[in-house]
Design a protein around this ligand. Structure first.
Ligand code: GLY
Length: 353
């Protein structure tokens, strides 16, 4: 896979110019959704290259990360003379970078693209690492390809238009990266104050965090092994997300991960010797900043069923990426139904449910 260039800068306009300056291209396309067209593209209106580019705008939201939207993008590329020498900038959250990356990677067997993530969640996760795709027949990311953007331009410049819940949602993935990296990185994240700390400080932490993901992806771009480490917190997190969906009361992805991590750090303690003081410390941070996701023992069978259907579980067992300590990941850990039920009991105690 090609080496992805990751640029951290709050001068996004200059970063776009510098990046495009190194690329020999004929036509430039900018993909936005209806929100980023209104709130983000306008803030880059002084950039001459962007002003001359052809804008493609799609509907927003994960429900529109589908074949119809991809077809719209291909149609616009065709109608406006895109060739193999063209470049597309994906300006938006994970939906735009996933769908735009997929549309670009498949148009004429692949044109170059640049991701400019506009949410913390997409900056720390979706925009980096080459996973592109769309949902299909009710299945998330069912159709897609691994193909890294030529460049990813990461800033915190657009985050002030985001609600607090969006920042906290992305921050949960940063906590996960900190837990995977080392105690020093993780401890720095635990001191972050959502009310007081500046977006410049967040950009520094974000840089460290994205580098954790980039290093893992470099070693295992196609998720044959080590990249599964990035699923830490996600087996339980996805189950919470699906349960919330069934209850017709969806929760933000990162919140589900923050709560899922409480379950999985507890399992890490039970099965891999992860220190219990670290579990308590993490749960306190989550309770203070994310509150809790309410479950009772009547939800356990449903949650276990959802965890068995997680994409990491190949034979109906429950498969987790767990930790022996901060910075010491163990992939492909199997847990029994009794283990997971015990972890869910402890989750409820820790989060005062
Ligand atoms: N979001 C996890 C990964 O990119 O592998």
């Amino acid at each position: 896979m090609k080496q992805q260039k990751i640029i951290f800068s709050n001068n996004v306009s200059n970063a776009i110019d510098d990046t495009l300056g190194t690329m020999d291209y004929n036509r430039l396309f900018v993909l936005t959704d209806v929100n980023t067209r209104q709130f983000v593209l306008e803030r880059l209106a002084d950039n001459h290259r962007l002003a001359e580019a052809h804008n493609i705008t799609i509907k927003s939201g994960d429900v529109n990360k589908n074949l119809d939207s991809a077809t719209d993008v291909w149609r616009e590329l065709c109608a406006n003379g895109a060739t193999r020498k063209s470049v597309m900038i994906n300006l938006g959250g994970g939906m735009v970078t996933d769908l735009g990356g997929f549309a670009a990677s498949t148009f004429k067997r692949g044109i170059r693209f640049i991701n400019v993530p506009t949410t913390l969640l997409s900056a720390v996760d979706a925009a980096v690492g080459g996973k592109t795709g769309i949902n299909f027949r009710g299945l998330k990311n069912e159709i897609g390809v691994f193909n890294e953007a030529d460049a990813v331009i990461i800033s915190t410049k657009f985050f002030n238009t985001l609600p607090d819940t969006e920042i906290k949602s992305g921050f949960a993935e940063m906590l996960k990266h900190g837990l995977l990296k080392d105690a020093e990185t993780y401890d720095r994240l635990l001191t972050f104050d959502f009310k007081e700390d500046s977006h410049e400080h967040l950009l520094d932490l974000l840089k460290e965090s994205v580098e954790v993901k980039a290093q893992i992806v470099e070693q295992d771009p196609h998720e044959k092994g080590l990249r599964r480490a990035l699923n830490l917190g996600h087996t339980a997190g996805h189950a919470f997300e699906s349960l919330a969906m069934d209850r017709k009361s969806p929760i933000p992805h990162g919140y589900a991960v923050a709560w899922g991590l409480v379950v999985e750090l507890t399992l890490s303690n039970m099965l891999c010797g992860f220190p219990s003081a670290r579990v308590q410390e993490y749960a306190s941070f989550v309770l203070e900043n994310y509150g809790s996701f309410h479950i009772t023992c009547n939800d356990y069978d449903n949650l276990l069923q959802l965890m068995r259907h997680d994409k990491k579980s190949e034979h109906g067992e429950m498969n987790f990426s767990l930790l022996a300590d901060v910075g010491d990941v163990k992939i492909n850990c199997e847990a029994t139904a009794d283990d997971v039920k015990a972890a869910l009991d402890i989750y409820r105690d820790l989060l005062h449910i």
